[in-house]
Write a protein that binds this ligand. Structure first.
Ligand SMILES: C[S@@+](CC[C@H](N)C(=O)[O-])C[C@H]1O[C@@H](n2cnc3c(N)ncnc32)[C@H](O)[C@@H]1O
Length: 93
């Protein structure tokens, strides 16, 4: 199985909040980003962001130039579905 297939299958295997690395909020990452005192317009990219809620929390914190990059379309799809209309404010790669 290639790398992409591995991750696509992983994200289909169970609900996002049942995956081994799931955390409801990525508090450590959020605190590091907060400490940078970025402007709302500063570009922020979550590389390997998967279906995590970091993007939700960054949007709630006012960030307006967020990109989430992931090899898995299934992961990004789960995040977009969760965010609903707010997904349109994010660049998904
Ligand atoms: C352990 S998960 C962590 C996901 C997310 N950061 C979180 O905290 O929930 C690793 C993520 O990296 C992604 N990934 C693995 N290899 C990648 C690659 N070459 N390019 C982009 N994403 C990749 C996977 O699809 C998966 O979403």
């Amino acid at each position: 199985m290639n790398r992409k297939n591995h991750w696509e299958t992983t994200y289909l295997s169970k609900e996002v909040d049942r995956l081994g690395w799931y955390e409801p909020h990525l508090e450590t990452s959020l605190s590091w980003i907060r400490d940078l005192n970025l402007s709302a317009e500063a570009p922020v990219i979550d590389v390997g962001g998967g279906a995590s809620t970091l993007v939700d929390d960054l949007l709630d914190a006012g960030h307006r130039a967020i990109t989430v990059l992931d090899i898995s379309d299934n992961a990004l799809s789960a995040a977009r579905t969760r965010l609903g209309e707010k997904a349109g404010k994010v660049i998904w790669l």
